[in-house]
Design a protein around this ligand. Structure first.
Ligand SMILES: [Zn+2]
Length: 610
């Protein structure tokens, strides 16, 4: 227990080190509250929240969120207190808040790795408000990570936890914003990689008009055993980590990481119930010698599953041989699988073993097994029945010990009924079928897969990538994925290659000809209303639509539009032509010429009008 905690501290400190200059120092005097301040601004964060009412999901970037009645949480809180007592309920809620704050810190670090220190720090307060929990106003804050200094004082207004606490218990003598204290502690501690402790000195539940909280570096508080009592529980630290640890994708590839990248090239990643139940079946059958048949659409990861099965099976030390039956010409398939004896046919000048012989003692994976010819089917049946193979043109049979794993994206039973696949072979293969669901049926795995592939591809291509933009996340979460995981991987690889160094992947970096379809998604406008998100990266079509909508006209008049842009720019620069030209990417001479031309055109139009 003790050693694992020490390890956590090392890895957190390591994370802080890796973050480089980003979060070393900052303070409230240098924090720009305006909407145009440094990223992440309030608008940036608001844009990360979006609603997908059609399929029952709300997202904050790639984290699924819930819109839940404050009174329901209040009810749960009261039951926890009544069942467990004040202290234990407080611990549970503090830790749940910590998880939430820690998740938000991960999100902000990942999305804005080079963000302004104070803005990144204040993003926690803004997210806490955006999530409807509490309004946070800093009185003062300053931090210097290198010197291990953190000091912050905040007021909390409209605390939702106080609302519920007061309505259940009235005004008392103790502070009640437990999960909110957990959130603040989780956010700042995760962000800095150093233990920061928050305490609520005044609380509405104690009769104050607003809550007043103070956060300090653990070392500066003196005795924090009382704070830790609510923060520490068995296995709690592991809870605070996302299922797929967020890895600093901003990092350049390091030599020692190549091995890891190689290792997880065929990793299977997911957490959805469909995925977990497939993994559960896989773990169960891997230990046996049974033949396994993977079914599912093309691109769902059948080979990755087959490799995992081999890796956790007793045969893992021996060969794993994969054959895609559809990729080998039918005329060659038999010799490829079973080998050739010299002189079997013209050109067979040497004898060579087939894939079965090469997989002896190990696992042979036959993908797209529905493509086997009737002759190959008969031979395969014989291997399964007798454990013997016969090379093409051979005269003797050979014993092989191979575990067969097959996969198909066609309905083999239908193939049997149509007379194209042997029924006896089908029953031999169908001993232990595992169905792998298409990606659109396990959408909750998309965020995990996105992070996994992003990390892997950024490493592989030596790119520094700041995650995905909010629009890109939206597009990935709502795309239909006809090509499943393989398509997701391809799009992310494309994005990693196309994105500028250090920037976030945008929709147009990934999607080219793919039909994005209408995204039935609502996002928050800056006025806090739910609206259809604008400009989903579909290029000029959307700009046109946007302009038509903004101007309230069905058809755009380009000369008129140009004239308006020119005059607006000149006006906004107080008549300074050079400044207006810069705003439009023109030279002074060019803007003067265009102004003259458009005025002349307007004059002509007016002159001609009756
Ligand atoms: Zn309070």
């Amino acid at each position: 227990m003790k050693s694992s905690k020490a390890q956590d501290k090392i890895s957190l400190a390591e994370m802080a080190r890796r973050s480089g200059a980003m979060l070393r120092r900052g303070d409230s005097t240098r924090f720009d509250w305006s909407a145009s301040g440094s990223s992440p601004t309030l608008a940036d964060l608001t844009e990360s929240l979006f609603f997908s009412p059609g399929d029952g999901r709300i997202w904050l970037n790639d984290q699924r969120m819930l819109l839940i009645h404050s009174s329901a949480i209040g009810h749960l809180r009261r039951e926890l207190i009544d069942t467990l007592g004040m202290a234990r309920a407080r611990g549970l809620l503090t830790r749940a808040g910590y998880v939430s704050g820690s998740r938000d810190a991960h999100l902000v670090r990942q999305r804005w790795p080079d963000g302004d220190a104070a803005a990144v720090f204040m993003a926690g307060a803004r997210l806490h408000a955006l999530e409807g929990v509490v309004k946070v106003t800093p009185t003062t804050f300053s931090f210097d990570i290198d010197r291990g200094v953190y000091e912050g004082e905040f007021t909390w207004e409209h605390s939702s936890e106080d609302d519920e606490h007061i309505s259940a218990y009235g005004i008392g003598t103790d502070p009640a914003c437990w999960s909110q204290i957990g959130y603040a502690t989780g956010y700042v501690t995760t962000l800095f990689g150093q233990q920061v402790i928050f305490r609520e000195l005044e609380c509405r539940s104690m009769g104050a008009s607003v809550c007043r909280v103070v956060g300090r570096h653990a070392a500066a508080w003196g005795d924090i055993s009382e704070d830790l009592r609510y923060l520490e529980a068995q296995d709690f630290r592991s809870l605070a980590r996302p299922a797929d640890p967020i890895v600093p994708v901003a990092e350049a590839p390091a030599v020692e990481r190549v091995g890891e990248a190689e290792l997880d090239r065929h990793a299977v990643v997911g957490a959805s119930s469909a995925f977990v139940s497939a993994c559960h079946l896989l773990d169960r059958v891997a230990r046996t010698q049974a033949t396994v048949l993977f079914t599912g659409e093309s691109g769902v990861g059948k080979e990755a599953f087959a490799r995992r099965l081999h890796r956790i099976s007793p045969r893992s030390e021996l060969a794993f041989v994969a054959v895609n039956c559809a990729a080998i010409p039918e005329a060659l398939l038999e010799s490829e699988l079973f080998g050739v004896d010299r002189g079997a046919f013209t050109g067979a000048t040497v004898s060579r073993p087939g894939r079965f012989e090469r997989a002896d003692g190990g696992t042979l994976f036959l993908d797209e097994i529905g493509m086997l010819s009737p002759v190959a089917q008969a031979k395969l049946l014989r291997v399964l029945q007798e454990g013997e193979i016969e090379r093409v043109g051979g005269i003797r049979v050979q014993r092989v010990d191979v575990r067969l794993v097959a996969a198909t994206n066609v309905d083999l039973q239908a193939e049997v009924r149509a007379g194209r696949f042997r029924a006896d072979l089908f029953y031999r293969l169908n001993v232990f079928p595992i169905h792998l669901p298409p990606l659109r049926e396990r959408r909750e795995d998309i965020p995990l897969l996105m992070n996994h592939f992003l990390r892997r591809e950024a490493q592989r291509h030596g790119r520094r990538v700041a995650g995905f933009s909010a629009r890109a996340v939206r597009a990935l979460l709502h795309y239909d994925w006809p090509g499943n995981i393989r398509e997701l991987l391809n799009l992310i690889e494309r994005g990693v290659i196309n994105v500028e160094d250090g920037a976030a992947i945008e929709v147009h970096h990934m999607f080219k000809g793919e039909a994005l379809g209408a995204l039935s998604v609502l996002a928050l406008s800056s006025q806090g209303e739910l609206v259809e998100p604008e400009g989903e990266g579909q290029g000029i079509g959307n700009l046109l639509g946007h302009l038509r909508g903004a101007l309230g006209v069905p058809v755009l008049d380009l000369p008129d539009l140009e004239a308006r842009l020119l005059h607006e720019a000149v006006q906004s620069c107080g008549g300074n032509l050079a400044a207006a030209a810069r705003m439009l990417g023109l030279s002074r001479a060019q803007i003067a010429y265009r102004l003259e031309r458009s005025d002349a055109q307007q004059g002509r139009t007016q002159g001609r009008s009756p």
